[in-house]
Ligand binder design. Structure first.
Ligand SMILES: NC(=O)c1ccc[n+]([C@@H]2O[C@H](COP(=O)([O-])OP(=O)(O)OC[C@H]3O[C@@H](n4cnc5c(N)ncnc54)[C@H](OP(=O)(O)O)[C@@H]3O)[C@@H](O)[C@H]2O)c1
Length: 223
């Protein structure tokens, strides 16, 4: 596999009481994050360079968080040894026997609310915070204070990303633009969810841009 575009990566110190949160996604030129349907894998969207870059970014995370939709769409998904891995779910509809869990059972968790706890499969560990709805602020606090997670990578999908953007917890975005057009009004973008008011539109600054062939690797930081 080729080397990625970030042989070295540095991050600011994490904020008080939670990890520094960075998202990594690949999208088409028209902003879509899937090549097929929402419930299907997207390995064909980014190049080999994008995949290698994804592994470089993962190497800098203490933990990785994804939405259950992403795990269901990509059941063969795996993470490097030693990384905490979390999957957010309300329904508990996650397969506890996929590599996400079986590669490192001690470090793999479903994260859900207290109400969602009973729906989590017996064979999976769960972290339950918030009564009816998962409380992300408390979850991030637990990651930092009890698990010593200083840098948290979020790898989508669009629903989970939108929740974290909406709460103001996204410090950085790594975004690969793949030279493709997908189209479709209901095709997911890097973050769907509830629209922000004009007054609450969030500003990011471009801190790095790299080009490899026709692919662009962008890094944005919240201002
Ligand atoms: N291009 C890329 O970089 C990229 C990256 C990642 C994923 N993808 C693609 O994106 C698609 C999946 O994206 P998606 O938006 O449909 O799904 P998603 O964001 O991965 O997962 C959504 C699910 O996460 C859980 N969830 C979200 N918010 C929650 C909350 N507040 N509390 C508890 N659980 C919560 C729910 O799980 P339950 O349904 O279990 O309740 C929800 O249905 C797939 O096709 C995947 O291949 C692309």
């Amino acid at each position: 596999m080729s080397d990625g575009v970030y042989p070295e990566l540095n991050f600011p110190e994490p904020p008080q009481g939670r990890p520094y949160v960075f998202i990594n996604m690949v999208s088409t030129i028209d902003g879509k994050i899937v090549t097929g349907n929402r419930d299907e894998p997207v390995q064909d969207l980014g190049s080999a360079m994008d995949h290698a870059t994804m592994r470089q970014i993962q190497a800098h995370a203490d933990g990785i968080l994804i939405g259950a939709g992403t795990l269901r769409s990509t059941p063969k998904l795996w993470y490097p040894e030693g990384k905490y891995r979390f999957v957010a779910s309300r329904s508990g509809a996650v397969d506890p026997f996929v590599r996400f869990f079986s590669d490192d059972p001690g470090r793999a968790f479903v994260v859900t609310s207290v109400a969602g706890a009973e729906r989590v499969p017996e064979d999976a560990q769960a972290i339950c915070v918030g009564e009816e709805e998962l409380d992300f602020e408390e979850l991030l606090g637990i990651m930092r204070s009890e698990m010593d997670i200083r840098y948290l990578l979020v790898e989508g999908g669009s629903h989970l990303n939108a929740e974290l953007f909406g709460l103001g917890f996204v410090d950085e975005i790594f975004l690969t633009f793949a030279p493709k057009i997908k189209l479709g009004e209901d095709v997911p973008t890097i973050a769907d969810g509830v629209a922000l008011d004009r007054a609450n539109v969030q500003d990011f600054e471009l801190v790095c841009v790299k080009q490899v062939a026709s692919e662009l690797f962008l890094r944005y930081r919240r201002v």
